[in-house]
Design a protein around this ligand. Structure first.
Ligand SMILES: [Zn+2]
Length: 197
């Protein structure tokens, strides 16, 4: 996996924000029942009602296979196959939570972005959030990270799992509900335009 270096050379035009790019949301796919092993389907994006992209996917037990066509400006279309490994963490209420492992940096993430040829995580593409909301967004992210550090045993790159040892379940559940609200608010900010359809 990987093979595209540190990711730094993917630095993108500062004007590109996560609102404007194709993204794959693992929680959206899970909720829609799109992640059953050995199923295939397509993901389609639109911008203001106009189709802006489509990819085929096949879901396996341990990874998602993406098939699509990509063209750099001025070049011919090329077929791209990408393999996105899954990772699983145990939920505080039992069961498991599914994640993508970014194919470039292997960070555990819930969202991948198709900015260049490949679908990679926000860290690899260094996508800024929509600038009109950056103050609000920074504040949400800061609050969420602080809370995450406090309540989770493990917290990396803005994603946490496992109840902090020694914390009462009641306290954890109350704070976790708040954490989910912040997470939702952040995702809403990211996805309110150019959303998956
Ligand atoms: Zn990455």
């Amino acid at each position: 996996m990987g093979g595209v270096g540190s990711g730094n050379w993917y630095r993108w035009d500062k004007k590109t924000t996560t609102d404007q790019v194709k993204r794959i949301d693992i929680r959206f796919m899970k909720k829609q029942g799109l992640l059953k092993p050995n199923t295939t389907g397509s993901l389609n994006w639109s911008v203001r009602g106009e189709p802006s992209g489509s990819i085929r996917y096949t879901c396996y037990t341990d990874y998602l296979q993406l098939s699509f066509r990509h063209r750099n400006r001025g070049d011919d279309w090329q077929s791209v196959e990408q393999y996105i490994p899954f990772d699983r963490t145990v939920c505080h209420f039992g069961g498991e939570r599914l994640w993508f492992l970014c194919p470039n940096c292997s960070k555990r993430v819930g969202l991948l972005y198709g900015v260049g040829k490949l679908f990679l995580c926000r860290h690899c593409y260094q996508l800024p959030y929509s600038s009109q909301n950056s103050g609000y967004m920074d504040n949400l992210v800061e609050q969420k990270d602080k809370l995450g550090e406090r309540i989770f045993e493990y917290f990396e790159y803005g994603e946490g799992w496992g109840k902090k040892k020694g914390m009462h379940w009641k306290t954890f559940e109350r704070l976790y509900a708040r954490y989910e609200q912040l997470d939702y608010a952040i995702n809403y900010q990211i996805t309110k335009r150019g959303d998956l359809v």
